[in-house]
Design a protein around this ligand. Structure first.
Ligand SMILES: *[C@@H]1O[C@H](CO)[C@@H](O)[C@H](O)[C@H]1NC(C)=O
Ligand SMILES: *[C@@H]1O[C@H](CO)[C@@H](O)[C@H](O)[C@H]1NC(C)=O
Ligand SMILES: *[C@@H]1O[C@H](CO)[C@@H](O)[C@H](O)[C@H]1NC(C)=O
Length: 236
């Protein structure tokens, strides 16, 4: 790299001695590259301090907390042993082979009711399969569902979900099967669906979708599409 470190600034960004008066010490015009050096040191210093603080990286403990919060909100009757350190043996919960993360949550027809809060399902970021069909979930599809970027199979049909499909939803680029049928979902069929390139089956029937179907809907792997019984027009 071609920059010459600016000595005075190198000293003044070390926050040890005079954390509140770093700027004046630099004095005069910063040499070319000084800003880069300061930024580098700033990031370095932050890196050091962050490593001393416990991190909230997604892990099994975080998945467990998310599941318990989900249960509190929509299924307090679920027979999950909250004293267990690992959620991997809980009804409907499956972990990966190493037991590092929760990869499946399947609770069809489990009498779940109410709205799914943010920071519950959306925190289960290693999920491949989520099946909550045939329950009484209401409110919107949680807006943070897009954080579950590993999802392949998403079954939310047969609930009372309402409102529009949230924007973040279209971050679920690996989705292969999506069933949102038999809900109260409204709004249009967004051209954003084109981002779900791997989608092979899309079930949206029996909702309150309206508007015009995007003319350029292009899903190369789609084999099943059901849009019946909505308020959609211009289906050719
Ligand atoms: C979900 O993740 C967020 C961000 O890391 C965190 O603040 C929140 O507490 C988590 N929710 C639960 C129920 O653990
Ligand atoms: C779709 O329905 C909503 C009400 O749910 C309405 O406000 C909107 O105008 C409708 N859009 C179209 C294109 O019909
Ligand atoms: C699409 O959904 C409608 C309404 O539920 C149903 O009657 C129809 O059989 C479905 N079609 C296919 C191809 O699955």
């Amino acid at each position: 790299m071609g920059f010459v470190p600016h000595r005075t600034c190198l000293i003044c960004v070390v926050p040890a001695r005079r954390p509140h008066r770093v700027q004046p010490q630099c004095g005069g015009r910063p040499a070319p590259g000084a800003r880069g050096v300061s930024l580098f040191l700033f990031l370095f210093a932050r890196g050091v301090s962050l490593s001393l603080v416990p991190r909230a990286a997604p892990d099994l403990a975080a998945d467990r907390e998310a599941l318990l919060a989900f249960r509190d909100a929509v299924g307090p009757h679920l027979p999950w042993d909250a004293s267990a350190a690992s959620p991997c043996g809980w009804l409907g919960v499956l972990c990966d082979r190493t037991g590092a993360r929760v990869v499946q949550l399947r609770l069809p027809g489990a009498n779940l009711a109410g709205a799914v809060p943010l920071g519950t399902l959306g925190n289960l970021t290693a999920l491949w399969t989520l099946s909550l069909r045939a329950n009484a979930l209401s409110g919107g599809i949680p807006a943070d569902i897009g954080a579950c970027a590993e999802l392949r199979y998403l079954y939310l049909h047969g609930n009372r979900l309402e409102g529009e499909i949230p924007e973040g939803f279209f971050g679920l680029r690996l989705l292969q099967r999506l069933d949102l049928s038999d809900n109260l979902i409204s709004g249009g069929v967004s051209p954003e669906f084109n981002k779900l390139r791997r989608l092979a089956a899309l079930y949206l029937q029996n909702n309150r979708l309206n508007g015009t179907l995007p003319a350029d809907l292009d899903l190369p792997n789609l084999r099943v599409l059901n849009l019946s019984n909505n308020g959609l027009s211009a289906i050719i």
